[in-house]
Write a protein that binds this ligand. Sequence first.
Ligand code: PGA
Length: 251
Amino acid sequence: MRTPIVAANWKMNKTQAEAREYCRRFRELVPEDFPVELVLFPPFTALGAVRDGLTGSVVKWGAQNVHPEPKGAFTGEISLPMLLEYEISYVIVGHSERRDIFGETDEFIARKIWAVLEAGVRPILCVGEKLEERREGRAREVVERQLSAALEGLSPEDADRVVIAYEPVWAIGTGVPARPEDAQEMAAFIRGWLRARLGDVADGIRIQYGGSVKPGNAGDFLRLPDIDGALVGGASLDPDSFFAIAREGVP
Ligand code: PGA
């Protein structure tokens, strides 16, 4: 049985004060025995506020990005040793906004995955095709390229700690989610790819869907056989809306 994982990607939103208020409300909502793993991804500047706001609760937190080197002349970047001081559990790696707006390559993303795993933290690896790639029938080819660049060569023990988020780029922030049957088809393809390389470990790896998930459609994705959670952007900015999504993941 895979424990569902529902994560809030706040992107470049929320001050420390806003993050504190969010955590206060979220803790009111989440019962101690909630059966879905919940992770908040604030901007770096609010990690301390979120850590303080969530310590002692069942809710986890993580970083939206990281640089693979531990330190050095990389102006504006943040390293794993810096993030570990905030007691993070997860790092999002290879989000399409990092790939497309900031030009991150498959090779750079692979270095991040290795660095995150080596630090004892879990990566959420984002993969997904653009609209024209889907129209041209190349969606699987693109996702396969992203998977092999990031995960080829990982030991089964390391791979077991990775979460994969399938996020079709055209569904992110557009209000137009993928069709559930298309999301399931890609998630099954991803699991098949994992099984061919890792054997039975593939059955324990969680695969999230992301892209315009809302309280009203989350259940359509979270009940699919190969989808074990959601990565939520816009609809995670309000704690009640995010918790309504997470409740749809209760097995
Ligand atoms: P969205 O973003 O829920 O606003 O579409 C999802 C994501 O980018 O992870």
